[in-house]
Design a protein around this ligand. Sequence first.
Ligand code: ATP
Ligand code: MG
Length: 348
Amino acid sequence: MAIFGKSSRGAHAAGGRSSKSRGQSAHAPQSNEQRPANDSRMARQMDARLPRIDAESNVDVRRNVAGATGRQRQAAQPNQTGQMNPLSTSSMPAATEAVGSYADLALDENAKQNLGPVVISMRNVTKVYPAQPNRPALANITLDIRSGEFLFLVGHSGSGKSTFIRMLNREIVPTSGELVVAGENLRTIKNWRIPYLRRSVGCVFQDFKLLPNKTAFENVAFALEVIGKSRHVIRTQVPEVLRLVGLEDKMDKLPDQLSGGEQQRVSIARSIVNRPPILICDEPTGNLDPQTSLGIMRLLERINRTGTTILVATHDREMVDQMRRRVLALENGTLVRDQKKGVYGYDV
Ligand SMILES: Nc1ncnc2c1ncn2[C@@H]1O[C@H](COP(=O)(O)OP(=O)(O)OP(=O)(O)O)[C@@H](O)[C@H]1O
Ligand SMILES: [Mg+2]
């Protein structure tokens, strides 16, 4: 059964309530959509570019196979060993069940990483805030990020991590340089295309940004409502994605009835329910205890295995040092390190 596709499972009871909330909040993601969601031609084109994750094979069935990493292809093989599939919702332990350590999430030394095409390209990207004209928040950043990568973004407080993250979904406009994300040039992008860009770039924040008067189900449903998805799609996809993050029993709970880790999982569910090919996370475990943080990183790693490109800004040294992924290090707005299997690398 396709996790994000059509499902024969029954609709969740809360689904009926979600339609009431349409357009209630200005804080929801993508709420600044400036074109009606029934721009169907554009929507179809964009939809064709989004991943479609299949629970049997754990792969994006729409993405070209050449774009999958070695691990993704491995994950896509029929499971002969009886191990659970990374995205199998039926056998998946709760995302907060933190057994083991971050080292379990390290890349297998022998795994061949065949990454896909470049999905984020920066050439001399600079951001100067008007309030701080003499000190660029980011200066001359040049790098490429390929489809399927999992990266950490590290640096002291004030080094530019959030600025970097927020430029990728066009919350912040670069002052100069060229920034291309998911095929869109973010210096020249037309305003009406920004909502479409944001369907390709999911965001997870430290403070969750959940709507306090909506249940877990309704918070996730809202991300689909604002892009005009039908009630049927909402009733099938929202329970699937909440199962994926281990919250099938908490769909009716309000945010203040959930733990911090559970709230963060709702926020991740909301970010991935549209199947964005890129997921950017600004200190997603910043407010969580170490065990819960490990559960969240397990979840992100599973999402990455389906082919989603993931960038995580973090201060968590242990996480970065043990997972040994590509590390981008910022210092006073400058990229001082871009390391393939990197470490945190700071003394404080
Ligand atoms: N809206 C703004 N106006 C002016 N300056 C800003 C603004 N936002 C951030 N800055 C400045 O830009 C620099 C980078 O800030 P940024 O928030 O990107 O850092 P960070 O690495 O995310 O820090 P932290 O680890 O504390 O979250 C800092 O000097 C900060 O003071
Ligand atoms: Mg920050």
